[in-house]
Design a protein around this ligand. Sequence first.
Ligand code: HEM
Length: 413
Amino acid sequence: MQVEREETAVDRPVEWPRPGEGFGLGAPPFWVDELGFWIVSAYADVERVLLDPETFLSEEVVGPDRATTFAALMAERSDDPRAATAMTYFRLPPITSDGDLWRREHNFIAKAFTPKRVRALEPAMKELCEELTDAVAGRTSVPFVREFAVPLPVQLIAHALGLPAEDFANIKRWSDGFHHMIGSPQPSEEVIEEFLTACSEFTEYVLPLIEQRRREPASDVISALAGHNELGERMTNEEMQTMCSSLMLAGNETTTSALAGTMLFLVRSPGLQAELRADPTLIPALVEEGLRLSTPAQALFRKASADAEVGGVEVAKGQHVLLRFAAANRDPAQFEESLCPKLDRQDKRHLTFGRGIHTCLGAPLARTEIRIAFETLLARSSSITLSDREDAIVPGGNQVTAKVEEIYVDVDR
Ligand code: HEM
């Protein structure tokens, strides 16, 4: 089914290299002098880079020289005792790791995030979705991001890790503190301060929990991470701390964005909503199209460890390429009517969760969570519409991302 709807800034991948120059859907890679890196937009080219992790390294996924800038910022604050732990939290294992280190970290997480564990989390997901839906049902002008799309992933990842429910507000604050720092090419004083506070508070919070789970393992992810991998190895406490912050980060902002982006399609396409209400078995298809078009990780970097050819251009050793997942997911050469959410789309091979060795280990969890969220929202309401206010859709994002910052909806019981 094709759905006609009006487009806004949040529907589109950010314009590259400058506003007015188009979105580069399907375009061959090009070099931008003032940025100093290649921009890769076509689906086939993004996939080709992702499938060659030996040539295209992940060590600088969030941006060229970001770690060096960060180390210099921390060196300036060597008198601040909080800076001592900060380096630990600047990495995102295993997303920013390569080779043997990636293998080690990936194995630990893969062991902790088994399909069995995701299934075991389903009752908690249902309960959370019901609570959050009941709190918004029957109201108008509901800030969906603040009241649903933010708390659901935060509470769920905290629950999965085995963190106590009363700590959710702090967990969100720390997660934001890490996220804002890692996502800022030139972090402000305020962002640095927020990050340093998150580092010291989170360390103080999580370290005793890790030690306790080592002594008395429970059925949560921290206990699974604290155990041995198949080679009989264990992670150090410092590795565990970074791993926990990385999981909080990887699973929060992304899932929030996907929930908000999917809600956008639902409220702007009354036909789509009617179809889903009549046949809820179509909800997984909505989830896939929501994931494809919202593309929460809109663009990430790789660094060439050797000269390599991508889409007809020569990338030299040491150069960076920016992989525009959001553009690849709309490439008309890969997806017919690529800008429309289509519930009957056969090709579900979007790149929202990446491809190759770094493919998202939280994808089954995120997919299940988003499916249950929309099943519950649709089952416990008679209609969900965009609120009648000028700022009903608040676009957000930065120079490489476009997302829904807030979306106000009326939810009829
Ligand atoms: C809609 C939600 C999510 C999206 C869009 C998303 C997206 C991604 C992407 C694009 C990558 C690959 C990065 C790269 O190639 O450089 C990735 C990796 C990863 N994600 Fe997610 N993610 C989501 C949710 C989650 C959740 C809920 C968790 C865990 C709780 C998680 C954990 C991870 C981990 C551990 C990796 C690293 C895998 C590796 O490098 O071996 N993600 N994610």
